[in-house]
Design a protein around this ligand. Structure first.
Ligand SMILES: [Zn+2]
Length: 1097
């Protein structure tokens, strides 16, 4: 391989197998999987009865000490779990708003209003023999009203302010991202929900701001049945036919090519059996459960039990139906409607001091206000109301899952986690379980002792932390200390929290560039070396720091490794080649990691020379494990954490440790052995991943493969270290270059912390189990993250050890110990206060389907390494069917089994679950490559809730209806919704698809593409040429607006209607049948309903 020596670099040396320098690792202590932080202490959880010093009655005698939900006054309270004759609950509130926001707002307009409220628009169709619509069938409309609101309308402009200056030891909040309304520390919130002052009564049960809908059962708000009862349902579907799950055959189903989708009139014109098959929302008012007239219901149902719901006209109608029955798509819960309704009601700041209250959806714009519990930006839950016992948990089967995005970047207008310097004594902690001081801790004995909310142990208040308490037992300095009034904050730590009791060094960024023949030839090396120079100006730094502390290093590799001395005193970089890759070492200690500012000229010179230097290379093979090994060695020797940016174009086939071979046996897909393809080959890379974690080396892989590269194996290193994978198949700089550079730029400059350990503590009776995400764990409690950036989310499930108390609520404390980009050792703490319920209905009111889906998808991916896909998919369906069946059994009004009744919070669960089941990451399909599938699996593993939401249910926008700055109203992901005189932009968070209808106005095509007809559009473009006209501008503005909310640059695919690439686009129309055999939404709803019925039978 040598042969570069002659070309360059004074002082270039070659290291053969004989080492000229000792390995840099000499003298460095061996890796230790556990870093010796105090956080490692076992939790010391008390037993169920807790041998506490304090009598719990004394401690918690006043309910007001724990903000409680308002009293739950509803009939559900008295309903036994198995009582089928439970009366129908009547209250209907279930929104984020206080009740006051109802009633005086004008009716919601738009499509959802139509669907929900104007039954009279449904014209009976004579051929079905349905009676005219009964006008009194309309549900009360007041409940679906919300304040009119644009997507951007939170009129929140004042965060809580506090009326005292920063307290001792406090650091003012970082200013970035806060705009002009940064809350001032040390002042109580100005809102009326502020802390109780002297003489004020703290919010107690029934006081304060009731969470709307809290404590009230979901209900279907239908009136009594009117004339026409017993009429057939509108849905004209049979049970799922034999072709369910099969690709549509011509003439079958609704997707056949050339078939016209039903017009909206047709859809609206279906007969409507009174009380039945109402469009979504009549039953499924925001507060009530969604009831859908399901397919398959014809077959039989019992008599109507309470008259609220029309049972299916069992039999009497079935025989009259000459055509195959179809469920009216408009009668199925619509994500579009749910999302827009949630946005419309999310106008007021979401305060975090109402445990049990569900925050606005991830898709809604809103402002979150930290009132002593963590913001939903940091933690979201599958349910915000935990079941009091494991029996209830088993009955409902809703996992108590949390999605934790510990380092999330907050939107403008929300106060970031404040930084506290607790001084040399370190943060105040519970003496037993080591939980950190938080707003939920209670002070006693005039403030001389405090009681832990997690384990109930009582700890003496250290002298330096002492302050008096008022007559409400509140510390008088409460609002001067974030740890006493905020859900999220950070401590600057002492040496006790550092590895080897030494303060850490700032992290380093190491760039490892593939310079093999492939990399040179495809233009990657030239583009990268050219553009990365500028990106180095944007290395992150701590808030308040003037310049970055991050040092950088470069090396290149093919079948050997080339290191560069970039010391600022050199005029030119020096190259050092290591060709013995069997046991790699870094041949220079001084000059490898350098400051960009000091060594700028040497770095630029190196980057100018690299493309030239390897221009004529013939080396086609690369090594990989030694490259990662070298980065770990370099960080170890520099005693710092860091990140490796690794650019790789092919499978590492050169003779070296970690050599891989092609094992992409597509025949295995769909068989029992498919999991082998997604499990790592050998253990070199898994061991390497452990070494990376031990040294806190986060690895990001930038892959540019032209063929199989075994992502399942090499991707482990990224996944275990909190890293990312970016992939550009058949990379072409002119098509993919900008996207790659923008991803790299973002990756270099985004907020990140290193050497992190995340620990979840919980109040007694529950515990954290089953962590999933891009992480690694060497014991059951500590999540180790070599790097943790602002976009990564991990999931954790909470399980019962014991009963938990409805009166006290449940508490979760997430502590992340980390090294900042400035080299500061800090600890971020998120405290979450959750409600606890004894009534299953309360739980179903507080669920968030998006979190559930995120968790389900991640666990399914994880299970895919050991179980067969078909089994995993079946289990998912069973689990969701159980969740919905339990709701039906215990919460919904007794009614015919023919009705599918969905809890309001989870009415989208079927459509989302169906999308997960059809997803390429989980569904066996020959359509995508093994690598693509492995790549998707890794992406999903790291996704936060917002990313998984749009990924599993993409947005589909008609592009010609865009008026900035508001996004157009999306349409549902079904071909039926496409108008062939329109163009649509599909966004799934990873890619854009621009679908162009055949009948589109040629003028639009001319304006946007500069060609005369759709046939002439260059679909390989990958982006849009900027033409100076409104149509072109509008489309590009739309894409920019969407892109601004995404973390990855999205590739654009242009799809002409009925073109050969159209099936690829249709793959993302997740309400339709999948090309690979996935069920349509309609069919899946039938299927899940059958499952529910069989569970209930
Ligand atoms: Zn404790």
């Amino acid at each position: 391989m040598n042969g570069y020596d002659g070309k360059m670099y004074n002082g270039s040396q070659q290291y053969g197998s004989a080492r000229m320098m000792p390995p840099v690792s000499a003298g460095v202590p061996p890796y230790s999987g556990v870093h010796g932080q105090p956080m490692m202490n076992p939790p010391g959880r008390p037993g169920p009865d807790g041998n506490m010093m304090m009598n719990s009655q004394n401690v918690y005698n006043a309910k007001s000490q724990f903000p409680q939900q308002p009293p739950i006054e509803n009939q559900m309270r008295n309903v036994q779990l198995n009582d089928h004759n439970a009366p129908m609950p009547t209250s209907t509130q279930n929104s984020h708003h206080p009740p006051s926001s109802y009633g005086n707002a004008p009716p919601m307009s738009g499509p959802s209003g139509t669907t929900y409220n104007h039954t009279s628009q449904y014209q009976p169709q004579p051929q079905y023999g349905a009676p005219p619509i009964q006008p009194n069938r309309n549900p009360p409309t007041s409940y679906v009203q919300g304040p009119p609101s644009g997507p951007h309308a939170p009129n929140y402009s004042q965060p809580p302010t506090m009326n005292r200056g920063p307290g001792p030891g406090m650091i003012p909040p970082p200013s970035s991202g806060m705009g002009g309304i940064a809350p001032r520390m040390g002042q109580p919130p100005v809102s009326s929900m502020g802390p109780p002052g002297p003489g004020m009564v703290p919010p107690g049960p029934g006081m304060g701001q009731p969470g709307p809908g809290m404590g009230q059962p979901p209900v279907s708000s239908m009136g009594p049945p009117g004339p026409g009862m017993g009429q057939p349902p509108v849905s004209r579907m049979g049970p799922p036919g034999p072709n369910m799950g099969q690709p549509p055959a011509p003439g079958m189903g609704h997707l056949g090519p050339g078939m016209l989708p039903p017009t909206s009139n047709q859809k609206m014109g279906q007969p409507l059996g009174p009380g039945m098959a109402q469009p979504p929302g009549i039953m499924g008012q925001p507060p009530g459960p969604q009831m859908v007239q399901p397919p398959g219901m014809m077959g039989g149902s019992g008599p109507q039990m309470d008259g609220r719901m029309q049972p299916p006209g069992s039999g009497q109608y079935g025989s009259q139906a000459p055509q195959p029955r179809r469920l009216d798509p408009d009668a199925m819960p619509s994500p579009i409607q749910v999302l827009s309704a949630d946005q419309a009601k999310s106008t007021e700041p979401f305060r975090t001091d109402n445990p049990g209250l569900v925050p606005p959806l991830v898709t809604s714009k809103f402002v979150a206000e930290d009132c002593g519990s963590a913001s939903p930006r940091y933690i979201r839950c599958a349910t915000y109301n935990l079941p009091a016992t494991s029996d209830i948990a088993k009955t409902c089967q809703v996992p108590m899952a949390l999605s934790i995005k510990a380092m999330a970047k907050l939107p403008q207008g929300e106060a970031p986690a404040l930084i506290v310097n607790p001084g040399p004594e370190g943060p105040i902690r519970c003496k037993r379980c080591k939980a950190y001081m938080c707003p939920q801790f209670k002070f006693h004995d005039g403030g001389r002792r405090f009681q832990c909310v997690m384990c109930s142990a009582v700890t003496d208040t250290p002298h330096h932390f002492f302050d008096h308490v008022d007559h409400m037992n509140q510390r008088v300095d409460k609002y001067q200390r974030p740890e006493l009034c905020r859900g999220s904050y950070e401590f600057i730590t002492t040496k006790d929290y550092c590895r080897n009791d030494e303060f850490p060094n700032p992290p380093a960024y190491i760039f490892a560039i593939d310079v093999s023949y492939n990399a040179i030839k495809c233009g990657l090396v030239e583009l990268l070396c050219n553009r990365i120079k500028d990106l180095l100006d944007n290395l992150p730094c701590d808030v308040g720091a003037e310049e970055t502390s991050i040092r950088v290093a470069f090396f290149t590799y093919n079948n050997s490794l080339h290191f560069y001395n970039l010391k600022s005193t050199l005029a030119q970089p020096q190259m050092l080649v290591v060709s013995d890759v069997s046991d790699v070492f870094v041949p220079l200690q001084d000059g490898f990691l350098v400051s960009v500012k000091e060594s700028r000229h040497v770095i630029n010179s190196l980057l100018d020379q690299i493309p030239e230097m390897f221009a004529d290379t013939r080396d086609t093979e690369v090594v990989l494990a030694p490259v990662i090994q070298a980065a770990v060695q370099a960080l170890k020797s520099a005693k710092c954490p860091g990140k490796l940016f690794l650019f790789l174009t092919s499978l590492p086939t050169a003779e070296a440790p970690g050599k891989l071979k092609t094992r992409d046996d597509r025949k295995l897909i769909g068989t029992d052995k498919a999991k082998v393809l997604f499990s790592p080959a050998g253990n070199v890379y898994s061991n390497l991943a452990k070494e990376c974690v031990a040294q806190a080396c986060c690895v990001d892989l930038f892959l540019f493969p032209n063929q199989y590269i075994d992502i399942a194996t090499i991707g482990q290193v990224a996944q275990a270290t909190g890293g990312d994978i970016f992939k550009y198949n058949f990379f072409r700089p002119e098509v993919d270059g900008e996207r790659f550079i923008k991803n790299l730029a973002y990756d270099i400059e985004r907020d990140i912390v290193f050497d992190a350990i995340l620990r979840v503590r919980t109040s007694a009776g529950i515990r954290a189990v089953n962590f999933v995400g891009a992480l690694s764990m060497s014991n059951t409690t500590d999540v180790e993250l070599a790097g943790l950036d602002c976009d990564k989310a991990i999931c954790v499930e909470i399980k019962h050890d014991d009963k938990i108390s409805e009166d006290l609520g449940a508490f979760v404390q997430v502590a992340v110990l980390f090294t900042s980009v400035g080299g500061q050792r800090r600890l971020r703490v998120h405290n979450l206060h959750l409600a606890v319920c004894n009534q299953i209905g309360d739980l179903y009111r507080s669920c968030e389907a998006d979190v559930l889906i995120n968790y389900i998808a991640k666990t399914a991916i994880k299970a895919g390494l050991t179980d067969q896909e078909s089994k995993i998919r079946e289990e998912l369906v069973t689990r969701v069917a159980n969740i919905l069946a339990a709701y039906r059994k215990h919460c919904a009004t007794p009614s015919s089994a023919g009705q599918l009744i969905l809890p309001e919070c989870m009415k989208l669960l079927p459509v989302y679950l169906n999308s997960v089941l059809k997803n390429d990451a989980i569904h066996s399909s020959h359509e995508i490559s093994t690598d693509d599938k492995a790549y998707l699996r890794q992406l999903i593993t790291g996704m936060d809730v917002a990313e998984s939401q749009v990924y599993f249910y993409p947005r589909l926008f008609p592009v010609r209806q865009f008026t900035p700055p508001n996004l157009p109203t999306p349409v549902r992901c079904s071909e039926e919704r496409l108008d062939d005189s329109e163009a649509y932009l599909l966004d799934n968070g990873l890619s854009f698809f621009l679908w162009i209808g055949n009948a589109i106005d040629p003028e639009w095509v001319r304006s946007v593409f500069g060609v005369q007809s759709t046939a002439q559009i260059d679909i390989d473009l990958g982006n849009l040429h900027p033409f100076d006209n409104p149509s072109s501008q509008q489309l590009r503005d739309l894409m920019d607006l969407i892109q601004s909310g995404r973390t990855r640059r999205m590739k654009l695919a242009i799809i002409r209607q009925r073109d050969k690439l159209e099936p690829w686009f249709k793959h993302f129309l997740v309400e339709d049948r999948g090309m690979g055999g996935g069920a349509s939404y309609v069919d899946f709803l039938c299927h899940i309903h059958k499952e529910i019925r069989s569970i209930l039978a």
